[in-house]
Design a protein around this ligand. Structure first.
Ligand SMILES: [Zn+2]
Length: 109
């Protein structure tokens, strides 16, 4: 699988021009991209977002929200989909505990 060195989109084997941005590609600069960008950040976001549903470590969802936002705003991130999932998981787990805390606070009045 090859990726455009300019915009990061997937390009066809043997293509000389990227179809999404028009960047001229040759085999040399295609092979320069070994590791698609953004994978680590997106994975961190998903992991912390999921961990955020457990008690006591829900603070991790803040990490998930930050890494998710950074990942989505990174134009060269090849894992924007995963970053979005991470962000929604994190926002979901954070709001989940926020609601529980509010209910607990209200019921103790
Ligand atoms: Zn391109």
């Amino acid at each position: 699988m090859n990726f455009c060195p300019n915009c990061g989109k997937e390009i066809n084997q043997g293509a000389s021009v990227c179809l999404s941005c028009g960047h001229a590609v040759n085999q040399e600069n295609v092979q320069a991209i070994i590791q698609p960008r953004g994978k680590g950040l997106a994975t961190i976001s998903v992991v912390f977002g999921s961990l955020g549903f457990y008690p006591l470590i829900f603070i991790g969802s803040i990490v998930g929200i930050i890494t998710g936002i950074v990942g989505i705003n990174d134009k060269k991130n090849m894992y924007i989909g995963r970053s979005k999932i991470g962000l929604w998981l994190s926002v979901g787990s954070f709001s989940f505990w926020l609601v529980i805390i509010v209910i607990a606070a209200l019921s103790s009045l």
